[in-house]
Design a protein around this ligand. Structure first.
Ligand SMILES: Cc1ncc(C[n+]2csc(CCOP(=O)(O)OP(=O)(O)O)c2C)c(N)n1
Ligand SMILES: [Mg+2]
Length: 464
């Protein structure tokens, strides 16, 4: 044992340049962490990358301190290996960092922000539990969305992606938290800012990016683009502001009619919240007690107009008037998950629809043609990034409660980078759909369902 100790200690001295062998466990650990720091080039924070691409200095302050977790379970020791990025780029190089020794907490409970309530006596809980596996899964899901959007930004600027393109970075906790609280067999419909939900509904990064570049391997065979992606129980991707809300109520009507205990999550923005058709949909959903969870993703702006300038009341969770509502911290994935569980349960138990307002923020401008800094200050964006970023919040929580290590997050980041790079490779090399496919795959059934007066394209044959 002593000789092993001396061997490891001496090896570390050689690597880290330390003159005397580390005599204590803590000194050895310091050496080890220094070694990891020296040999692992920092994975650039996506926030920094984005800011740099926008000629901005990186945010200076660190994420806020979080409520101390109450550990409920002790973990077994975990072995975490961390490959450096240079190793990824040069598979032949041999630097592998192993930091075993971590005793991870497998489950912890966290305080979450109280939701504001409308027409309800009780709301979601103020504490929630998180397992290490769930936490890592949330981190991964959000980080994939972030990286995918940053890649879309880059491809757009290179003119490889054309047309409309609305990015979702900043809002990742909404999609990850909602999806964690519903079942894949539940239904979901959203507006044009749809890349995040397309991913959480099960579409791969590869199919999403290939759709954005208009290639045949895209999820809509390269014919839909950014705003028109679909998957099982996912109805897009809708470009007309607010139009998806009555559709969502219709899907909820189908759920009720079929008695299958499913719900429809119907998402819209703060800008859409002022549209007339939203209130018509609310009325019918409440009248018929439809299992519809209306979610207003309040990201503070509709195009270049702030909510204060656009809305007589910015209490979007109260907009249903006769319908109950909750206002939720949409930057905290745990808060979103708990609130969605509560709201979904409300719908499923026959109480009818409910509104959930998720308070969130979009980092990018409205679309790729909007730099996003003429109607808000750069400082405002940086403030949110540095104090309220959904990914950093979760990461800090998990680190401060010993649920994962820095190296482990780094390793996940490297895997994700690779996944996104591979997807980009595909999305830029796959072929475009051939012209003879232009009129195919328009209808889901073949022959198309005849609806009197609504099929001016009836002469086109569908071969879906
Ligand atoms: C019926 C209709 N009116 C106007 C537009 C133009 N438009 C596109 S997005 C948008 C703002 C919507 O903002 P919000 O609902 O807050 O969604 P966000 O972009 O913030 O996700 C507007 C006015 C449109 N697409 N459809
Ligand atoms: Mg908005």
């Amino acid at each position: 044992m002593t000789s092993v100790w001396r061997f490891v200690s001496n090896a570390l001295c050689r690597i880290t340049g330390r003159k005397v062998a580390a005599p204590t466990v803590s000194e050895l650990l310091v050496d080890l962490s220094e070694f990891i720091r020296l040999t692992s080039p920092a994975v650039p924070d996506p926030a920094e990358t984005w800011l740099q691409s926008h000629k901005q200095p990186p945010p200076s302050s660190t994420p806020p301190s979080l409520a101390p977790p109450v550990c409920t379970d002790e973990a077994s020791a975990g072995l975490v290996s961390s490959m450096t990025e240079s190793q990824l780029e040069n598979p032949g190089s041999t630097v592998v960092v192993s930091n075993s020794l971590n005793e991870f907490t497998t489950r912890a409970s966290f305080d979450i922000k109280k939701c504001d309530l409308h027409g309800l006596e009780a709301g979601p809980p103020l504490k929630t539990e998180l397992s290490r596996d769930e936490g890592l899964r949330f981190y991964r899901t959000m980080q994939v969305m972030r990286r995918m959007e940053l890649k879309a930004d880059q491809l757009y600027k290179q003119k490889i992606i054309r047309g409309f393109c609305h990015l979702y970075d900043g809002q990742e906790a909404c999609a990850a938290g909602v999806e964690a609280a519903i079942d894949p067999s539940d239904h979901l419909i959203t507006a044009y800012r749809a890349h995040g939900y397309t991913y959480t509904r099960g579409v791969s990064v590869r199919e999403i990016l290939a759709e954005l570049t208009g290639r045949r391997g895209g999820v809509a065979k390269g014919k839909g683009g950014s705003m028109h992606m679909y998957a099982p129980n996912f109805y897009g991707g809708n470009g007309i502001v607010g139009a998806q809300v009555p559709l969502g109520a219709g899907i909820a009507l189908a759920c009720k009619y079929q008695g299958n205990n499913q719900i429809c999550v119907t998402l819209y923005g703060d800008g859409a919240a002022n549209q007339g058709q939203i209130f018509e949909a609310f009325n019918m959903a409440a009248l018929w007690k439809l299992p519809c969870l209306f979610i207003c993703e309040n990201n503070k702006y509709g195009m270049g107009t702030s909510v204060e300038r656009a809305s007589a009341s910015t209490d979007y969770y109260k907009r249903g008037h006769f319908m109950p509502g909750i206002r939720v911290d949409g930057m905290d994935v745990l808060c979103v998950r708990e609130a969605t569980k509560f709201a979904a349960d409300h719908c499923r138990t026959g109480k009818g629809p409910i509104i959930m307002e998720l308070q969130t923020y979009r980092y990018h401008g409205h679309s790729m043609s909007d730099p996003g800094v003429s109607y808000r200050t750069r400082e405002e964006i940086q403030e949110v990034r540095s104090k309220n970023d959904p990914i950093s919040l979760l990461k800090e929580r998990m680190l401060s409660s010993n649920m994962a290590s820095v190296e482990e997050f780094k390793e996940i980041d490297i895997e994700i980078r690779k996944e996104v790079e591979d997807a980009t490779q595909f999305a830029t090399s796959d072929s475009e759909p051939p012209l003879e496919e232009l009129c195919n795959h328009i209808f889901s059934n073949n022959p198309p369902l005849q609806v009197r007066g609504t099929h001016p394209w009836a002469k086109l044959k569908s071969s879906s």
